[in-house]
Design a protein around this ligand. Structure first.
Ligand SMILES: NC(=O)c1ccc[n+]([C@@H]2O[C@H](COP(=O)([O-])OP(=O)(O)OC[C@H]3O[C@@H](n4cnc5c(N)ncnc54)[C@H](OP(=O)(O)O)[C@@H]3O)[C@@H](O)[C@H]2O)c1
Length: 578
C-alpha cells in the first residue's frame, strides 16, 4: 500500500528538538512552505521574564560578564561552569522564542513543551494536553539528540545514556504517544556517523543506526506512512561548533549550508519521495589520520570489471569499444591507496604509464589485480609512497600489465599554489560552445554526454589553449565502479579535452593518452560549477604531443596539475566506429 500523504493546514507535527538547532531551522522552512500545526519539544525552560542584567544584552562576552557580576553580587563563586549554565539557559530560551515567532509569522499554529523525551509519563501527559488543543498528531519529526564525543574507553555510562536515550528511548516514547497506524509522516534525524561510523562517537553511531533500522521496521509495519531516516552529514549549525567546523575542513568534510539542508528536508516530505526510507545527505565521516607503522607492506587487490556495472563507459568509446579512461585508472590506484590509510589523501601520482588499456570487449579479463607496494614511509610526517601496478592474465595465463603509477599519500595536502600564467581573456578564435565541440571534428568519435563538458574555448594559440569546463555530476550509479572521491577520473579526463581541441584545430589530428610524469592535487575539482584548464603544449611531433595541464579557478588557484602528459597521435580513421 502506498498512501501519498500531503501536508494539509490541519496536519499536526510533533517535532522533538524542534525549537533549537537544525531541527528548528527545518521546521521554520517547513512552516513557510506548508503552514500547519507544530508541537515543539525540548528540555529547556522558556524564560518569560529574563533577569534584569540580561535585558537588551545580546553579545555573548558581555552577557557572560554580566552573569559573573550577578553571581558575585549574590555571594556566589562565578565558576566557568555556572556562568556557562546560566548563559545557556538565557541563550536557549531566546532561540526558542525566535523559532516560535518565525513559525507564527507563517500563519502556522505552534506550541512549545518543555519536556524530556526520555521521560515517558511527563511526555504522555504534556502531549495529550497539546493534542486536545491542536488535534490528532499526523506526523513526527524526531530531531532530539545530544553529543558526548570521546574515545570509547573514556566514555561514562552517563555519556552513553545521554546520547543513546534521547534518540532511541525518545523515539519509542514518541511513537507510544500517537496512534502509529494513523501516522502519515515519520522523519528521523539520523547521522552519517551511524551509517559510516565515526571515531569518538560509538554511542552516537549506535543510536543513529538504531534510528535507521527502526525506520525500515516502521515502514514495513505501516507501509502507508511516509517514513524516512535522514542520515545528515555535518551542518553549518546546531551541534557543529566553530571548533568542529575547523576540524571538518581539515579533514575535507563538506558542511551542509542551512538553506540547502532545510530545503532538502522540505523536499523529502513531498509525496514523490515517499518510497525512500533511508537517505544519506552530506559528506561521509572521514576519519582522522590513522597512525603509521614503519614496516613497508605489500597488498594485492582483486576486482572484476563489468560493462553493465559501469554505464559511463558507453560515453567513452574508441573504435566501437568501451575503453576505461586512463584517468579512471589513476583514480583506481590512488583511491585504493587512500583506503589503506584512512585520513590520508593522494597528493601526487607520478610516472603514470598506460601499458595496455582495458577494453570492454572479448579481451576483458575475468579478474584484474592491483599490486600496491609501499616503497617509502615517513611515519612522523604522515607520508606514504606506493608503487602501483594494474595487471591481468590473458587466456594463456600470461601476465598483461595495464597501468602503473607511483602514488604519494599525505595527511596534510599543501596549500594550493596559483597558476602564474593565467590568461582568461577571450580571443574569439574558436567560438563553438558546449556540446557542439563533441559533434564535429575528430573529437566526435570519442566522448559521449557524460564527458562532453568543455563549455567554451577562452583562447588558443600555437603554444596554449585555455578552456572553461563544467562537470555536471553524473549519478553514482552511472559512475559505476569508479566513483569520484578525492581524485575524480571524470573531471580529470574532461580537463584534458583542451589538448584534443588544440590538435583538432591546428593539425586535424587526435591522440590517445600514453603517460604522465606528475599529477598533483591540491583540492577537489568542483562539481556543478565552472573551472578552467590552461593547457600548455610543450612538444608536437608527427607521432606524439606533450603538454602540461593546470586546472584552476577563475583567479588561477590550482585544484590540480598534470605535468609532462604525453599523447600518441592516432590516425583518425582508426578511431571510426565500426
Ligand atoms: N548539526 C549537525 O551537523 C547534525 C548532523 C547530523 C545529524 N544531526 C542530528 O540532528 C538533530 C539536531 O541536531 P542539532 O545539531 O540541531 O543539535 P542541537 O543544536 O544540539 O539541538 C538538539 C536539540 O535536541 C533537543 N534535545 C536533546 N535531548 C533532548 C531530550 N532528552 N528531550 C527533549 N529534547 C532534547 C535539544 O533541546 P534542549 O536542549 O532544550 O533539550 C535541542 O533542541 C540531532 O538528532 C542530531 O543528531 C545533526
Amino acid at each position: 500500500m502506498s498512501i501519498k500523504a500531503e501536508i494539509q493546514p490541519s496536519s499536526v507535527f510533533i517535532v522533538s528538538g524542534g525549537a533549537k538547532g537544525i531541527t528548528a531551522k527545518c521546521t521554520i522552512n517547513l512552516a513557510q512552505k506548508h503552514p500547519c500545526k507544530f508541537i515543539l519539544l525540548g528540555r529547556s525552560e522558556l524564560i518569560n521574564n529574563e533577569p534584569d542584567f540580561a535585558r537588551e544584552c545580546f553579545d555573548e562576552a558581555t552577557l557572560k560578564k554580566k552573569i559573573m557580576e550577578y553571581l558575585i553580587s549574590q555571594g556566589e563563586k562565578p565558576t566557568p561552569m555556572k556562568v556557562q549554565g546560566i548563559y545557556r539557559q538565557i541563550a536557549g530560551s531566546r532561540e526558542i522564542k525566535q523559532t516560535l515567532s518565525e513559525i507564527r509569522t507563517t500563519g502556522s499554529e505552534v506550541e512549545y513543551l518543555s519536556v524530556d523525551v526520555t521521560d515517558t509519563l511527563d511526555l504522555h501527559q504534556k502531549i495529550s494536553d497539546a493534542v486536545e488543543k491542536m488535534g490528532k498528531v499526523t506526523g513526527i519529526i524526531h530531531g532530539a539528540g545530544n553529543l558526548a564525543d570521546k574515545l570509547i574507553e573514556k566514555k561514562t555510562e552517563q555519556d552513553f545514556d545521554k546520547v543513546y536515550t534521547a534518540k532511541v528511548k525518545g523515539l519509542e516514547n514518541l511513537l507510544s504517544c500517537v496512534n502509529s497506524s494513523e501516522l502519515e509522516h515519520l522523519v528521523l534525524f539520523s547521522s552519517v556517523s551511524g551509517f559510516y561510523g565515526n571515531i569518538g562517537q560509538s554511542d552516537y553511531a549506535i543510536a543513529n543506526e538504531i534510528l535507521n533500522k527502526s525506520a525500515h521496521l516502521v515502514k514495513q509495519e505501516y507501509p502507508g506512512c511516509h517514513v524516512v531516516a535522514i542520515n545528515w552529514g555535518a551542518w553549518d549549525s546546531g551541534m557543529v561548533t566553530p571548533h568542529l567546523k575547523k576540524e571538518f575542513a581539515k579533514r575535507g568534510i563538506d558542511i551542509i549550508p542551512i538553506e540547502v539542508g532545510t530545503q532538502m528536508l522540505v523536499n523529502e516530505l513531498q509525496p514523490q519521495y515517499h518510497n525512500t526510507t533511508q537517505l544519506v545527505i552530506g559528506s561521509p565521516s572521514i576519519p582522522p589520520a590513522t597512525t603509521l607503522e614503519p614496516e613497508l607492506n605489500k597488498y594485492t587487490i582483486r576486482r572484476q570489471l563489468k560493462l553493465s556495472a559501469n554505464p559511463f563507459l558507453h560515453d567513452h568509446i574508441i573504435a566501437g569499444n568501451p575503453v576505461l579512461p586512463a584517468t579512471c585508472a589513476v583514480s583506481w590506484i590512488s583511491d585504493s591507496c587512500e583506503k589503506i590509510y584512512p585520513g590520508h589523501k593522494a597528493f601526487s601520482c607520478t610516472e603514470f604509464r598506460v601499458l595496455k588499456g582495458i577494453t570492454f570487449n572479448e579481451t576483458l579479463a575475468s579478474e584484474y589485480f592491483l599490486d600496491l607496494q609501499e616503497v617509502g614511509k615517513d611515519v612522523d610526517n604522515h607520508v606514504v609512497d606506493f608503487q602501483g601496478k594494474i595487471w591481468s592474465r590473458n587466456p594463456q595465463g600470461k601476465t598483461i600489465y595495464h597501468f602503473s603509477a607511483n602514488v604519494k599519500l599525505l595527511k596534510d595536502i599543501p596549500t594550493p599554489p596559483t597558476y602564474e600564467r593565467l590568461n582568461l581573456n577571450l580571443d574569439n578564435i574558436i567560438t563553438t560552445t558546449g556540446k557542439e565541440f563533441y559533434q564535429q571534428g575528430v573529437s566526435s568519435l570519442f566522448h559521449g554526454p557524460a564527458f562532453q563538458q568543455v563549455k567554451r574555448v577562452i583562447n588558443i594559440n600555437q603554444e596554449k589553449i585555455t578552456t572553461e569546463c563544467f562537470w555536471q555530476e553524473i549519478s553514482k550509479q552511472t559512475q559505476g565502479q569508479f566513483p569520484a572521491y578525492w581524485v575524480n577520473g571524470f573531471t580529470t579526463d574532461l580537463s584534458t579535452h583542451g589538448l584534443w581541441l588544440w590538435l583538432s584545430h591546428f593539425h586535424q589530428e587526435i591522440c590517445l593518452p600514453g603517460q604522465l610524469s606528475r599529477y598533483e592535487q591540491f583540492a577537489k575539482i568542483p562539481y556543478n560549477t565552472h573551472f578552467y584548464v590552461s593547457c600548455e603544449v610543450t612538444n608536437k611531433t608527427t607521432t606524439g604531443v606533450a603538454a602540461d595541464f593546470y586546472i584552476h579557478d577563475e583567479k588561477g588557484k590550482l585544484y590540480s596539475q598534470l605535468l609532462g602528459a604525453k599523447g600518441i597521435i592516432f590516425p583518425a580513421k582508426l578511431m571510426e566506429v565500426k
